[in-house]
Design a protein around this ligand. Structure first.
Ligand SMILES: [Zn+2]
Ligand SMILES: [Zn+2]
Length: 412
């Protein structure tokens, strides 16, 4: 097809949208959306984004497709069982709209999703089923200074909420004392809690998923157009009575999850090639001796057996550790994980790469000296994470240049 014909075909495809005077199709084509979760909600979200003519998205999910997903997931087919949800969802969304550049990301969004993707995105749309993931997304969105749109469904009911932590209430502001208690109980044994998380057996229907994901995407479209959204509010839908109403949330003064990271420096380094010592030395060059590194995810450095007192090194993000690995090879007892999120400079493992320590690809690592902070984005990982989205095209060239084309300073 010639270029002119192609543009005309695109014009036809979106002609009905343009009947709305404010509609800006080029804005949607240039938009970058981070979709977290490729389950019942994630399927509907991606379907909607494809139909709307969104240009770019990354879709994140850890799980594989099971038979029970097929009743609630418009993008999955009988033959997809056992394949990664995000991979298939991305493929099928591209079939709906070939102009939709959507890239899958397979991993644990709580532990392994670096801050780079949040910083890349214009908006984050999430469809997950647990508090721990929402808290993780909330904190990352706040650090990146981005708006995120949460969706939750159970039985015939659901809620869609828009959070802009920088200027309004955030997800954590909406959590009750009881919510925090349940979350703490879950996290008290980090390894066992992940077993529970993997289940995700909330009763849901495709109809409720469709309603809530519809509201989420509509909010996303409004946000991208600069129109008023549900920010700081939730749209609650009660499916048995078909009642719906909007609730307003209140920002808690003592909530710690609102401040964006100021002045993030893009390093152009890769987590697999940069040692902890290299980054620490770089930070000390910037901030002075005594500077420490602070990670934004929980890392594991080893296990201690409470039964036979055996100690062992084991480097990983907490999300990558299986319960089997947590068992003591000597006596079979479930060992206590040794976790950390700062490095002060005397650790015996400073010459390991950040990647080997479990720092996610394209993450941001903070450095602190007293009350002074610097933040370093390991942006050398961006091309690998973004795949085809990292290839600069006319629309994104200027913006991607900032991320990936920084003068590649070699780790010292
Ligand atoms: Zn808050
Ligand atoms: Zn033991």
């Amino acid at each position: 097809m010639s270029e002119v014909l192609q543009i005309e075909a695109e014009d036809d495809r979106f002609a009905r949208f343009r009947l709305m005077s404010w509609w800006d199709q080029p804005r949607l084509a240039a938009a970058r959306v981070l979709v977290i979760g490729a389950g019942a909600l994630g399927n509907e979200i991606l379907k909607n984004l494809a139909l709307l003519g969104i240009g770019q998205a990354v879709v994140c999910d850890l799980d594989q497709i099971e038979q029970s997903n097929l009743s609630r997931s418009v993008l999955f087919r009988e033959g997809d069982r056992g394949r990664a949800k995000s991979v298939i969802a991305a493929e099928r969304a591209r079939e709906i709209y070939p102009g939709f550049n959507v890239v899958p990301w397979v991993g644990n969004v709580v532990y392994d999703l670096g801050l780079g993707l949040y910083r890349w995105a214009d908006v984050i749309i999430a469809g997950l089923d647990n508090r721990e993931a929402r808290v993780a997304i909330n904190r990352s969105a706040a650090r990146a200074g981005k708006v995120w749109i949460d969706g939750a469904i159970e039985r015939l009911d659901g809620v869609a909420r828009v959070f802009d932590p920088a200027c309004g209430p955030c997800y954590e502001c909406t959590m009750s004392a009881n919510d925090w208690k349940m979350l703490a109980a879950r996290r008290s044994c980090a390894l066992l809690s992940r077993g529970d998380l993997a289940q995700g057996k909330t009763p849901t229907t495709p109809t409720t998923a469709s309603i809530i994901a519809g509201i989420q995407c509509q909010e996303g479209v409004k946000l991208l157009h600069g129109l008023e959204t549900l920010v700081g509010k939730g749209f609650v839908f009660e499916g048995l009575s078909h009642q719906s109403y909007v609730v307003s949330y209140t920002r808690k003064d003592d909530c710690p999850s609102h401040d964006p990271l100021e002045g993030v420096a893009s390093l152009g380094w890769r987590v697999q090639e940069t040692t902890a010592r290299q980054l620490l030395e770089h930070a000390r060059h910037d901030l002075g001796p005594g500077t420490i590194l602070e990670f934004h995810t929980d890392l594991l450095s080893g296990f201690d057996c409470p039964q036979c007192h055996a100690q062992a090194d084991h480097f990983a993000s907490l999300g990558r550790v299986t319960e089997g690995e947590g068992k003591c090879p000597r006596c079979g007892t479930l060992r206590a994980p040794r976790t950390y999120h700062t490095l002060v400079g005397n650790e015996p493992f400073l010459d390991e790469t950040l990647g080997r320590l479990g720092v996610p690809a394209w993450d941001v690592v903070s450095a602190r000296a007293g009350t002074s902070y610097r933040h370093y984005e390991l942006s050398g990982d961006a091309p690998a994470v973004l795949g085809p989205l990292a290839v600069p095209d006319q629309q994104t060239q200027g913006r991607l240049m900032q991320v990936t084309m920084n003068p590649a300073k070699e780790p010292r």
